[in-house]
Design a protein around this ligand. Sequence first.
Ligand code: PEP
Ligand code: MN
Length: 336
Amino acid sequence: MIIQLQKNIDKTKFDSIQEMLNQNSIKSNFVKTQLNDYLVCFSKTKFDIRKIGHLEGVQDVHSVTDDYKLVSKKWKLTNTTIDLGEGLIYEAGNPIVIAGPCSVENEKQMELVVEHLVRNNIKIIRGGVFKPRSSPYSFRGLGIEGLKMMHELCVPHNIKIVTEVMQVSQIEEMLPYVDVFQVGARNSQNFNLLDALGSLNKLVLLKRGISGTIDELLQSAEYVFSKGNEKIILCERGIRTFETAYRNTFDINAIQVLKEKSHLPVIADPSHGVGIRDHVSKLALASLVSGADGVIFEVHPTPEEALSDGQQTLNFEESDKLIKQIRALRPFLISN
Ligand code: PEP
Ligand code: MN
């Protein structure tokens, strides 16, 4: 059960709601986000929510039987829209495009990528500076200096930055330069990191774990939300299966299922989803047709020379074409 409280509810009203819950042996967790105050409640026995609805200080009460609560669509039927400023709004039927290299490598590369985005009127860049790599000998990113460099190049163009944070201790130094903290697939269940991001007023792009179920992704999102941050975007990026013909199995089913189960925006990452450059654009379009609220893809001036994920990275020509196709598709997209 979720009890939506009146904003800044006074103590007497709060205490009497709490008393009613105690009398009925219902455990509750108080959650205060940027937007609302909630009591997330758990009861072993069936409870008639009408006993709560009339209490003073209660704005609304909903029965939510899922393991995840606040991210569930069971209490919030309307999809969450997230405003990044500058007219960048995550909402149904208005797909957001995020593009950029897998890794920030050097200033020349980033200047060229920023120019490419400006030419295409793309307002959100991706670029990793803390890179989770399978081998410790691979390029692991330029770190905070790389982020500062990317930030300096993006600010004059009002381009927002999405970049991966790998551990709690990185958050503070990254904060001034980041618009969206990406939680990578390998960290999808790093609960300490999710808790820490939950205490920020900053967008979190949460990727599905490498072998993560939909339920696990939603529970991870619940960590962020229940710590106070409602600004979450879910991302399908492919999962590990028995199939070896491509890097991951891009689970297009997950897009609709996530949208059915949660009110949060859902985007797709076809670059990691398939891991093969030639297939990325088609899968980007397919994910939008299947209801994704946006796509994130990798682009590089010379993908063959990229220090990470070049095999799945589009060149500028391919990216130009994809962006045009996405825009042409817009009138046909179903709003969820
Ligand atoms: C990335 O976005 O470059 C990345 C490492 O993604 P994922 O966590 O989905 O593998
Ligand atoms: Mn990558």
